[in-house]
Each structure stands twice: as C-alpha cells, then as structure tokens.
Design a protein around this ligand. Structure first.
Ligand code: DX5
Ligand code: ZN
Length: 238
C-alpha cells in the first residue's frame, strides 16, 4: 500500500474526433487538459482500417503545443518514420509484428529525434521486450485488437499491465531510464482506476473523451473525471 504516486497522462485519440474540424478538436482537448494527442495511423494492411497519414499529422501539429503521440498500425513501418517525424510527431510507436527488425526500427525512431514506443497486441507475449528495454521510451499495451475505436476493454490486459510494470520497475531499479506504460483501447471512467492500479501511467481514450459534448466544458469535465479516477487507482495500487 501507499506506493508512490505515479504520473497520470491522458492521451485522447483523435480517431473518435470530428475529422471535418480536426484543428479545432485538438485545440479543444489541449485547452481541456490533455497531455498528449494520440494519432492512430491505420493502413488497411496491418489493420483493417484506413485513417491518418503524415499530411494530416502535419496539418494538426501547429494547432497544439502538447506532444503528438503517433501510434503506427502500419506494415512496413520504417519508411513512414521520417515522414511522421517531419510531420511533428514527438513519440512514435509501432507493432513488432509489423517490422522485420524491431531493434533497428526503434533506433530509427530515436535517430529522427522522436521517442520510441513498442505496441503490444492483446495476444503478443512480453518476451519481445526482453532485449530492447534500453531502446524504449514507452511500452503501449493494446487492450483491444487494433483497428477500431469504441471496442470493449479486454480484461486480460490488467495482469499484463502489472507484469510490464514489474519489468519497468526492475529496469529502473537497475539504473535504466524511465519508460512510460501506455494503455490503449476501451479506457472509460468505470475501468481507468483499475487500469491505473495495474500499473499504467499513460491512458489513451478515444470514444470516452470525444463522445462527450465539447460545448459547455464537456471535454474538460470528462478528462478531469478520468484523471481523478486514475489517480485514485494509482494511489490504491499495492
Ligand atoms: C485502436 C486505437 C485506439 C482507439 C481507442 O486501434 O489504437 O487508440 O482509437 O479508442 P477507444 O478509446 O474508443 O477504445
Ligand atoms: Zn492507438
């Protein structure tokens, strides 16, 4: 009990935003307290959906001062990294199944001045982290199968988060640099406390945030409630 309080970072996913007014929407979430803008990039190849390319990323970048957190659900990965770095990404995550050479791709992201994240699908084992912890700035655990917003949280993610939290803590205790632990998919007001208690510190929320009315401070209100619930979870974790 009384574990030290962890950071709580909220990363609304613009997958659930109104694409006809993206600039206005990202400004609204920054004003409402978002820590990151989560940009879901899908290619109709690695995942069965097609969304945002570097041109759209570059178009929204001038509208915010918070970092752009680009989640690549594309295959192959490497050719797009320089393009998204150029388009204003601060963080770039990718799925190990989509890269022939995971270590090389992680190095490529950092070589382009971005922080590097590895995204693990619900069925992807943690062994892929074994030899690259020092190349990671973030580990993204998918709590749904990638491709769509608005899916239900997969409960098996909770013990998986706890296992990754133990790995990160051991890595830091051995002198390693901090690594963020992000959760993505089905994060809502009723489960974010348990997700935080399991060890997440960075929370993607698409439909939970953009499903709220943006008039009358709706984004501000839902993000405040998500943050409070996550903090409560963090402080009650063992
Ligand atoms: C799924 C995406 C998620 C998704 C989250 O492939 O990576 O970021 O948009 O949306 P919600 O919060 O609605 O599950
Ligand atoms: Zn995502």
């Amino acid at each position: 009990m009384n574990a030290p309080a962890r950071a709580v970072r909220l990363a609304p996913s613009i997958l659930s935003a109104d694409f006809a007014r993206l600039g206005e929407q990202v400004r609204a979430i920054e004003a409402a307290g978002a820590d990151l803008v989560h940009v879901d990039v899908m290619d109709n190849h690695y995942v069965p959906n097609l969304t945002i390319g570097p041109l759209v990323c570059a178009a929204i970048a001038p509208h915010v001062t918070i970092p752009l957190d680009v989640h690549l659900m594309v295959e192959p990965v490497d050719t797009l990294i320089p393009l998204f770095a150029q388009a204003g990404a601060s963080l770039i995550s990718f799925h190990p199944e989509a890269s022939r050479h995971v270590d090389r791709t992680l190095a490529l992201i950092r070589a382009h001045g971005c922080r590097a994240g590895l995204a693990l699908n619900p069925a992807t084992p943690l062994a892929v982290l074994d030899h690259v912890m020092d190349k990671l700035d973030m580990i993204l655990l998918m709590s749904v199968n990638p491709g769509f917003g608005g899916q239900a949280f997969i409960d098996a993610t909770l013990p998986k988060l706890a296992a990754v939290r133990r790995r990160i803590d051991a890595h830091c205790a051995a002198g390693g640099a901090p690594i963020w632990l992000q959760v993505d998919g089905g994060v809502k007001l009723d489960n974010i406390g348990a997700i935080a208690a399991a060890g997440a510190d960075t929370f993607v929320a698409g439909s939970a945030v953009f499903g709220a009315p943006d008039a009358d401070g709706g984004y501000h209100q839902i993000m405040g409630r998500l943050r409070d619930a996550a903090r409560l979870g963090t402080t009650t974790s063992s």
